[in-house]
Each structure stands twice: as C-alpha cells, then as structure tokens.
Design a protein around this ligand. Sequence first.
Ligand code: UFG
Length: 327
Amino acid sequence: MKILVTGGAGFIGSHACKALKAAGHEPVVLDNLRTGHRWAVRYGPFEHGDILETSRIAALMRKHEIEAVMHFAALAYVGESISQPDAYYQTNVVGTLSLLDAMRLAGVNRFIFSSTCATFGNVDHHISEADPQNPINPYGASKLMVERILRDYASAFGIASVALRYFNAAGSDPDGELGEIHDPETHLIPITLFVAGGMRDKLNVFGTDYDTPDGTCVRDYIHVCDLADAHAAALGVLEAGTFKAFNLGNGNGFSVRQVIDRAEAITGKPIAWEASPRREGDPPSLVADATAARAALGWHPRYPSLDDMIAHSWDFLTEHRARLPES
Ligand code: UFG
C-alpha cells in the first residue's frame, strides 16, 4: 500500500517508515523538518511541506496515489503545551483537520493517528481503552480532540481510522540506521544517557515526593520499533466508517530512579542526579493495559525489556554523537 507518513522524518515516524517498507508498503514522507531530520528519510520519497497546506497536500496524495495516511506530525512536549497552548491546538487540531480535508479532496479514507496516554490524565491503575479520558495538559487535550473528530468523521464521511495511544516511546533501531534526536531534548532516557556520556553534568529528577514506591514518577516504556510494528499491523484492522483506539505499552511501570539505576548498570557510568521540583502537567503514574492491542492487532512487542531500550539508545548515542545538537 502507498502510505503518506506525516512527520516521517521524526523519531517515531521514521521508525514506522522502516517497518512499513519491511512489510512491503511504500512510505511517502511529508515533513516540514521543523523537528524532523532529512537524514532519517531513507525508505521512500520525501516531500517537504506542512500539514496546514491543505490543497497542496491533496495534490501530493493524488501524485503519489496515496491509499492511507499515518499522521505523526505534531507538537509533543507536555511542558511546552502548558505555556503555549495556542501552538498545540493550531498544529495538533487545526493541522489534523487540514490533513483530513486534504484526504477528502483526494478521496483517501484510511487514517492511522498517533495518539497518547496523555489523553487519560491521572489514572492509578493499568489503563485500558475502557478508562475515561480526562487529560491534564493541553497536549493530551489536543490529541483527545482529534480522537473525537475521527469518531465523527468515521460515521459522517466513512473515513476508517485507528488511534494508537503510545505510552513512553524509547529505544532506537537496533540496526543503528535511526535513533532519537530531539532539540531540545526533554525526555528522561536520552537525558540520562547524555549524563552517562559526559554531555551533561547531571539529571534533574522532577519530583521525588509523588505517591509512588520511591517517590518518583512511574512510566511504561515501549520500544519505538514495537510502536512501528503496531502501525503496520493497524492497517489490517481499518474498517470503513469505524474509529478504533488501542493503548500501546508493555504493562510494566518503571520509576525515574529505576531508569537511572538501569542506565548506570548498562553504560557502566555513574549518573549524577539532583532532586528538583515537580514538572507541571506530569501525572504520577502511567501504565498501559495493552491486552486489546495484542488481541486485535496480533501485536507482540519484540523488545519489551527496559534494558534493551536503554542499550539500543546508548548504542545510537555513542555511534552518532556528532549528529546531536549541543545540549
Ligand atoms: N523526567 C525527569 N527529568 C528529566 C526528564 C524527565 O525527572 O530531565 C521525568 C518526568 O518528570 C517524567 C518521566 O521522567 O516523570 C518521563 O518523562 P519524559 O519527558 O521522558 O516523558 P513524559 O512522560 O513526560 O512524556 C511522554 C511523551 C509524551 C506523552 C507522555 C504521556 O513524550 O508525548 O509521555 O504523559 F504524551
């Protein structure tokens, strides 16, 4: 299938392109390169452009005879969304509406959407699709709005869509072709590894007084290649006029302190850290119940171990350090 991958030059989008190509599909990347990387587009054609350019995107879909869209392009920093909600609603909601308009113009009716566990807010148990969604930051709210739009577009316009709600994406391509490079980098595992690699002095641990076993936040880390595989599998469950959503995680929670401990063990380097105030918008714990995705998509994570995720990221960091922005 020919698939338009918005944000295909970014971290998760580029890994999805590799998985799509391996599954026999043809990914066409659309990216404005604001946060994506041209070098990460390796598995099909590249179109430089923005999801807000509705008529141009429709023309691109016709030109490449696109049959489905995977939509990764978004702003995705929880903290930034609190200070700049306008940018988040503009890019994530208005941008997605523009992309959906382009699909309707071009007659494309299959859509896979990058959603997030941040649509749920504070939940103190393994989160299933049946749990209520009450986001506590504009990032999560913007993604939930799109889920609602997709539900309505499915029944009104027949667009088949699947929303995949990622828990914490981590790791990198074990072949070393792709990896995680964000500027600025705000995510826990890369920053922890920057400290191990001597690129930063210390890690600030945001909040040590949460109601969790060691007082630090708990997250469910999921390997980016496993997320990518789930996207390829989701193409098989698209159904005309229907919206479906799945949570993608491993069902195992790790605290910030546990991540630091594992990173020290895997890198063999000491990781200096300092207790810092809580970061606004952070739920104490987010852990998936991903049984529905496993059953419906036939999806089985290949790299469920946190150690593998940290090791793959460490390999990428040590081999590709020159590409990283100054921190
Ligand atoms: N953390 C620190 N210090 C840091 C960076 C992070 O203590 O320097 C902590 C955070 O407070 C959080 C945990 O490490 O408790 C994980 O933080 P990340 O920034 O790595 O990830 P988030 O959980 O904030 O965000 C991720 C994705 C979002 C997604 C969100 C769901 O980046 O896209 O999970 O909450 F929506």
